[in-house]
Design a protein around this ligand. Structure first.
Ligand code: 44T
Length: 847
């Protein structure tokens, strides 16, 4: 292997001597020749070293060799990547960037590697730089938009647009500073806003810390743009790592923070505050002594919180967390075993599980039904370190809740009031006019327990690993206790709940003791979207019908051919179907269920493969008719393979839309590859995707995409900095519940023909008539996925596992009813962009 880390020396001395040194010239030209020869022989590693040498010795060749150098770099790093030489890979990029520091293609490509390795912050930095160098570089733009959502989460925009919240925080901070808190630490400063409030209120010393590199850099920019760079010290670190006097010279009298998520504790506020009380804050105020000197004591804003909970029914939540159907696409799925979403408050600590998920209940499709009144789950005082420390060791608290409405118990929802000080608080409740999400603790019991008025629901509240845990354990009905939420470990709750059938329970407990196995051997986890997909009967039925049309056609053709050629039917008359869906999919099994089909599944996880195998057995699909092709790819390259040398695929199923509502990356490349592997008359599923959309006026979408308005935020200049992270396409949208005014009918925006098109760039102009007057702020879009000419699935349907996406226009466009709007729709690879203009000339259908 060539030694790529040997960097040729360069610098002024080299340059001065170059002209005088014929030996050097000789070396340059022979190296250049070698580089080209190696490139020709596909020996990219050696070619790369030669190029490095040439370009370091003779920078004047940079323009001439740029293209070949890039090509060599990309080829060589691809090889390094495939053999796991990651450090070498990044060394090569660094060497390349030393030579071409402003090469947007190299920067973008290095960003892609960084992103794949999980270094999102660094990746974003590279995409950002590439984009600054060439703003019209579509690859970098797309990449940047992908990471922007990770780096600067969308709630930053919501927070800064939430004037009520901003003002309340500002007032609370101002009051505290004016009453003597003169040294302040802002934990998790984000854009720096709370720290700047403290400074503006007159605090003598302000410190701020921020964990995320992107947010830290942003905070530095913002603080400096507001003329406070000398007066606020920002540290790029987690507060838990801060020490006095290393990071801040002494303890502070006020900590301000908004490191709270929908479940209150998810950002680690408990741990941060315990640490702050021990290491960063002055001692707390004792008793109710009003006159104690506030500059000698410590306190926290927010002062505390009250957490509320409520039981609810929601079909939307249910279908994402538990199996709700017993049959899909002609398959019985009764034998699937225990399937469960990764969101569970199981009693055993498990890294793969999240205790809660989040939803904005006011926007849950299909709505929800409250089954109990809200109850207080917890009260916590952030100024009492003993109380904070006691949280984790607090014993499990049982709460009895009268059921107020009949309904299926699907989840417990949680929200809170954040008490900034004695007078002022913020609420994240579902009914309030807030933009915040609520925490959702789904109930997993598969049989779906119906609660009735006069029942009492027993909920356990506890705190583990500084997370709040809520679990519905039982229902009291007519004096009997009925256990809920079956859990792997029945001793977990510390409260033996009487079972309806104790004998059966005893038997199975004995059985598991004897085999030494857990009762959970058939347990398998599915992502929420995978669960929703499995519950989507229309989706599976559509595939079943489309395959049911295609397979007999191809079989008939195949039999005719055999008859013609006199071949015997010795098993080679099987049709081959490949399902390249991402994640869990039963489509291959549905294909195999049609008989005379050998289906290849892309299910990768072992547990999930077991589920598919169990279902194959229970549905009488012969084992040899189902293969998991990813189990055999260690020594193979490439995604799609022929089933065997002489056979081609009868059908290839492509997964074309991501759950978030975007077209999958590289879909068109995969489709054109797939087309080459089809037998005559074979099909790609889907054959065609039609993108639909609509003009809307939605302030909500604007508030989530950028800091709005010309007014400075609390008097500070923040918007232009954070708005650099605005992305024009919103994802994970529920269009059915989005607050918006419809300004047009549904319109067809685009057609992607997977059986035909090859183009990477496609443009289309669409004319749409406005049906009412308003400001077009966005164009939500979704897909009609055509499996064949007649059968289609819509990603907008009620039981879809897909969300929708929307293009948010950079500037709203005013329309009158009847106006024609010209939409320029562009598809670059798989990214859609839309711009809207009022058409002055009448549209084609105008009277
Ligand atoms: N809160 C929204 C926003 N961080 C979530 O890197 C939630 C507001 C909200 N930095 C009510 C309810 C809600 N040391 O940039 C992030 C994060 C940083 C830290 C240094 C630490 N120990 C931490 C912990 C977090 O802080 C920033 C904000 S945390 C997320 C806030 C529905 N009102």
């Amino acid at each position: 292997m060539p030694n790529t880390s040997a960097r040729p020396k360069h610098g002024r001395r080299t340059r001065r001597r170059r002209r005088e040194d014929p030996a050097r010239n000789e070396l340059v030209s022979s190296s250049l020749e070698s580089a080209q020869q190696c490139l020709f022989n596909q020996d990219y590693g050696t070619a790369f070293v030669h190029y490095l040498l040439v370009l370091n010795l003779a920078p004047m060749f940079k323009d001439f060799a740029r293209e070949s150098f890039r090509f060599t770099l990309f080829k060589w790093t691809e090889e390094l990547d495939s053999v796991g030489r990651i450090q070498d890979l990044f060394d090569c990029y660094e060497q390349a960037l030393e030579l071409f520091p402003a090469d947007e293609v190299i920067l973008n490509s290095m960003g892609e590697h960084l992103f794949r390795m999980g270094f999102r912050d660094e990746a974003a930095g590279h995409f950002h730089k590439a984009l600054k160098l060439r703003p019209d570089y579509p690859e970098a733009r797309e990449n940047f938009y992908r990471v922007a959502n990770w780096l600067v989460e969308r709630w930053h925009f919501l927070m800064l647009n939430d004037h009520g919240r901003n003002r309340k925080y500002q007032q609370a901070i101002q009051k505290a500073v004016q009453s003597g808190c003169s040294t302040v630490l802002d934990i998790g400063t984000g854009t720096g806003i709370l720290g700047m409030c403290a400074k503006k209120a007159g605090a003598a010393e302000v410190y701020a810390c921020e964990l995320s590199k992107t947010m830290y850099e942003l905070a530095c920019e913002v603080v400096s743009a507001n003329g406070m760079d000398g007066s606020i010290k920002i540290l790029h670190m987690k507060s838990l790592e801060m020490e006095v006097p290393k990071d801040i010279p002494h303890r502070v009298s006020l900590v301000v923070t908004e490191t709270v998520d929908a479940g209150l504790f998810g950002e680690g506020i408990i741990e941060s505050l315990i640490h702050a009380w021990h290491h960063l804050l002055l001692p707390p105020r004792r008793g109710e002594n009003e006159f104690q000197d506030q500059s000698a004591t410590g306190r926290v804003i927010p002062a505390g919180a009250t957490v509320f909970g409520m039981a609810l029914e929601s079909i939307e939540i249910r279908r994402h967390h538990r199996l709700c159907v017993s049959e899909v696409g002609g398959l019985s799925i009764a034998a699937a075993g225990e399937l469960c979403s990764p969101v569970s408050c199981s009693p055993e600590p498990d890294d793969s599980m999240e205790p809660y998920t989040t939803e904005r209940l006011s926007r849950v499709p299909g709505g929800y039904k409250a089954l109990t009144e809200p109850f207080t789950a917890l009260n916590i005082d952030f100024n009492n370190v003993q109380e904070l420390e006691g949280l984790s060791s607090r014993k499990v608290q049982q709460i009895r809740l009268p059921v107020t409405q009949e309904g299926e118990l699907d989840a417990l929802a949680v929200w809170f009031q954040l008490h900034l000080d004695e007078e002022s608080s913020l609420s994240t409740g579902p009914q309030e006019d807030t933009c915040w999400e609520q925490a959702i603790y789904p109930v997993h019991s598969t049989d779906g327990f119906v609660l009735k008025p006069r029942d009492e629901l027993i909920v356990e509240v506890s705190c583990r690993d500084a997370f709040l845990r809520l679990c519905s354990v039982a229902v009291l009905r007519d004096g009997h206790e009925i256990g809920l939420d079956k859990r792997p470990d029945t001793q977990g709750s510390g409260n033996p709940v009487s079972n309806q059938n104790p004998e059966a329970e005893l038997c199975s407990a004995l059985a598991s003791l004897q085999t030494g196995q857990k009762q959970t051997k058939d347990f398998c986890m599915l992502e929420c979207a995978e669960m929703a997909l499995l519950n989507n009967q229309d989706y599976h039925q559509s595939f079943c019908s489309a395959l049911g049309k295609l397979i007999p056609q191809l079989r008939a053709k195949c039999q005719n051919k055999e008859r013609g050629s006199g071949d015997s039917t010795d098993g080679s008359d099987l049709l081959y179907v490949l399902d390249v869906s991402e994640g869990f999919s039963l489509l291959s099994l549905i294909a195999a269920g049609h008989g005379h089909v050998k289906a290849y599944s892309s299910v990768e996880k072992k547990k999930q493969q077991e589920v598919v195998k169990r279902l194959a057995r229970s549905n009488n699909v012969p084992e040899q008719h189902l293969e998991f092709w990813l189990n055999h790819t260690e020594d193979e390259h490439g995604m799609l393979k022929r089933p065997s040398r002489e056979k081609l695929w009868s059908a290839i199923i492509l997964d074309c839309v991501e759950t978030c509502g975007l077209i999958r990356q590289k879909l068109m490349e995969k489709a054109s590859l797939a087309r080459c592997l089809l037998e005559d008359g074979g099909s790609i599923f889907p054959a065609k995707i039609v993108v639909h959309g609509m003009l809307v006026e939605s302030d909500t979408l604007l508030l989530e995409s950028a800091v709005q308005g010309q007014e400075p935020t609390l008097g500070f200049n923040i918007a232009p900095f954070i708005n650099q992270f605005t992305v024009p396409v919103h994802v994970f949208l529920d269009f059915s519940t989005l607050e918006c005014r419809h300004l047009s009918e549904f319109v067809e925006l685009f057609v992607l023909d997977l059986m035909e098109s090859t183009a990477n760039y496609t443009n289309r102009e669409v004319k749409v008539q406005a049906t009412s007057a308003g400001r077009i702020t966005a164009v939500p879009f979704w897909y009609h996925i055509y499996l064949d000419q007649e059968i289609s699935v819509s990603t907008l349907s009620q039981n879809s596992h897909w969300k929708q996406a929307a293009v948010v226009l950079p500037q709203p466009v005013e329309v009158q009813a009847g106006d024609w709007v010209r939409l320029a729709v562009k598809l670059h690879k798989s990214a859609i962009s839309i711009s809207a203009h009022i058409e002055n000339t009448p549209g084609p259908m105008e009277q």
